[in-house]
Design a protein around this ligand. Sequence first.
Ligand code: ADP
Length: 495
Amino acid sequence: MILDFRHVIVRAQRATRVAFGVAGAVPSVSGVANWTARSFDDELLMTFARARPKAILLQLLILLPILGASALGPPLLPVPIGAFLIGAGLAASLFLADHWPKINRRTAQWVFLALEALHGSGWALLSLNPPVPDAIPDSTFLVFIPVALGGSALVFSSAIKGTMAAQLLPMLLADGIALMVGTHRLPSETLVLSIVVIVFFLYLAGRITEATRDHLIIRAEKDALIADLEQAKAHSDEARRRAEELNLAKSRFLATMSHELRTPLNAILGFSEVMEAELLGRHRVKAYRSYARDIHESGQMLLGIIDEVLDLSRIEAGRYELVEKPCQLADSVSECAHLLQMRAHSRGVVMMMMVDPELPPILADERALRQITLNLLSNAIKFTPSGGDISIRVGRVPNGEQFIQVTDTGPGIPAHEIPIILESFGRGSLAVKAAEQGSGLGLPIVRGLVAMHGGEFSIQSREGEGTSVTVTLPKERVLTPTPTRPKVVRSRAAA
Ligand code: ADP
């Protein structure tokens, strides 16, 4: 129970900080409860003050008929005194409702309570000395006044604690004294009934004050939650914007760097080729020829990496433009397999192709299709040990989508490494351990190009059992051959 209470206080503290715009004021741990209670008391006091005019109007509506009826009854001194106390209390309360923010909150609360007690005493005088003609029994007022007063207080005055008590306690005291002293005008049963009514209203007022307070807490919490959500959304928007900016800057940097590197690389490649071929004369030292070959091969490798970096940065920056035209998926894949056949053979790996011969053409960027296939096949060849198999399947699924699947019997990829290898420059532990060549850009490029075609890319792999990579192109890209119109041959014989 205590824990629950602390929990509510801590939540409410956070909520009120937002609700009352006191952001930044961090109260000490020991002051949390007081600070929270004070903030809610301010709100309750404001609600009470705002309701004053309506509450006073209602009390005047109760008072005026009673005073009117008193003109017909016997003249009694307590009546004008009671009416004066009620009038003075209500007028002062109305004045204070307008000016309370200028004074200390606690003082304002006490003065309000004192004024409630003042007009409550007036009502007590009236209820014990009913100023009515003989036709109406005296005891009626003994119950009517607390009911009317209690009801109006419930509606308009339950915001601050003790208001109802201040109003009704004078009446309760008066009833108690009348009960003890005994009076023939006011029967003891009615006095007891009046006391029961007052106690009942006091209980109700306590409950309503609590409910009002709970309502305020919930409202403040809701406001705080909305503020938190808005703040979190603003943060995430800002973070996303910054991430996009950084990504764009990175892509621009890579694209510029790659471009700058290509120019000197072309000279290196050209001259090393000339030197290797000994076009301008034989080398005096034979080793120079093999050095020139090494320079040329290394240059070509570097150019490959630069091209990959350039492609990936273009894809990431959204600057890679697809040149779409109808093409046969099976033909593109077969050409790539043919190109790499020699490499596979030299590494002792067997490549097998299974192609659906009736695939309809698709609308795609042929260069991108080749790049996708070459990247997948060169990975399979690179990672499959001698004696292994690679199977390439090109086909379609029943819903019309076309796919390329490259499956190898290599070492496989550990499940936890798959997200890593799909990131730019991500390489698997096996590639690093075996010192295989590679930049870690092949798969991200494949993924990017497939996404640009609206397709899907998936890797199924088990350590020690091989890897299968599938690229699926959507059915919207499949071109249906336009049916040729049957020629209408008109016979003239009938004519
Ligand atoms: P890289 O140029 O390094 O091959 P990729 O992006 O193509 O870059 O591949 C990233 C990593 O994914 C590789 O370093 C390797 O660890 C792993 N990988 C890719 N294909 C295979 C495969 N067929 N078998 C085993 N591992 C693979």
